[in-house]
Design a protein around this ligand. Structure first.
Ligand code: GLU
Length: 287
């Protein structure tokens, strides 16, 4: 699988013209000198490019489109943040992050930030920091459309349950349903065929990820029962980079106010999922 791609500088001249006047393409008219000296914002604005980790196989949030660029709500939020640094979409390098490599990609500097259905939690906060949340999801279960025997998490006992390495839903099953037969892959799409052909009984992850797979399944899959955890989605950055995290939180609060968050939702995940409203950001202290 291609793990790294970048749009050619197609139409770059037009983009420069637009950004020079802070035009209608969502790219702010900023100067690196507008940001504190030595900050990540100044470095990125000066470089005029950014590398962002996202999912490539999750419809509605991060899905690689035929043109080689991912699309979805995470991609839209990340693109707005890049735009606030004066970086146009064609200068974003998208890197596929799967659930298990998000922290190492941040700590190793392969990406400047991760926007990838990434639940904020204390374990991860020991390695990285989170701006946000910018959305609240919840873990749920997906089964074959004619399966009526799975309704609550305890129903996963004794069943083959598919999920992904390094994800909070896998951790939930390991901890709370120890006698489920947990089958772990690298990405959620790896679970779809095994679910379809009966090798596994359940795919468990966040409700909004599952909703994308149900939508694309032509009636083969359904969501079973209700969400049973809280999965606040954050934007992962370097643990000690409080300045960058605070700035991203400022951007989030701005786009909650000015309607750009809702516009991003409505044009991506909101085409399938119900109307949503943004959660309050959590400006926690790094311990
Ligand atoms: N939000 C959960 C997590 O961060 C599940 C989705 C995912 O694996 O990206 O682990």
């Amino acid at each position: 699988m291609i793990s790294k791609m970048k749009l050619a500088a197609l139409g770059a001249a037009a983009a420069i013209t637009l950004s020079a006047c802070g035009g209608g393409d969502g790219v702010a008219d900023v100067d690196p000198g507008d940001f504190p000296e030595g900050s990540t914002m100044a470095r990125l604005a000066d470089a005029g490019e950014i590398t962002i980790g996202t999912k490539f196989d999750q419809p509605l949030f991060g899905l690689l489109a035929p043109n080689g660029v991912p699309e979805g709500f995470d991609v839209a939020i990340a693109t707005i943040i890049a735009g606030e640094l004066g970086i146009p979409p064609e200068n974003i390098t998208w890197v596929e992050t799967v659930s298990a490599n998000r922290e190492p990609f941040i700590t190793g500097g392969q990406v400047d930030m991760v926007v990838a259905t990434y639940t904020i939690n204390d374990t991860r906060k020991e390695l990285i920091s989170f701006a946000g949340p910018y959305y609240n999801a919840g873990q749920a279960m997906m089964v074959l459309a004619d399966n009526d025997s799975v309704n609550v998490p305890e129903d996963m006992s004794g069943l083959s349950v598919c999920s992904v390495e390094g994800s909070t839903p896998a951790e939930y099953v390991r901890t709370n349903i120890p006698d489920a037969n947990l089958v772990l892959f690298g990405a959620y799409t790896d679970c779809l065929e095994p679910l379809r052909n009966g090798q596994v009984d359940v795919l468990t992850t966040d409700n909004v990820i599952l909703a994308g797979y149900v939508d694309e399944s032509d009636g083969a899959f359904k969501i079973a029962g209700e969400p049973f955890t809280e999965e606040p989605y954050g934007i992962g950055v370097t643990r000690t980079d409080t300045e960058f995290r605070n700035w991203i939180n400022d951007v989030l609060e701005k786009i909650y106010e000015d309607g750009r968050w809702l516009e991003a939702w409505n044009s991506t995940a909101g085409t399938v999922l119900p109307e949503a409203s943004p959660p309050a950001v959590d400006r926690y202290e790094v311990g």
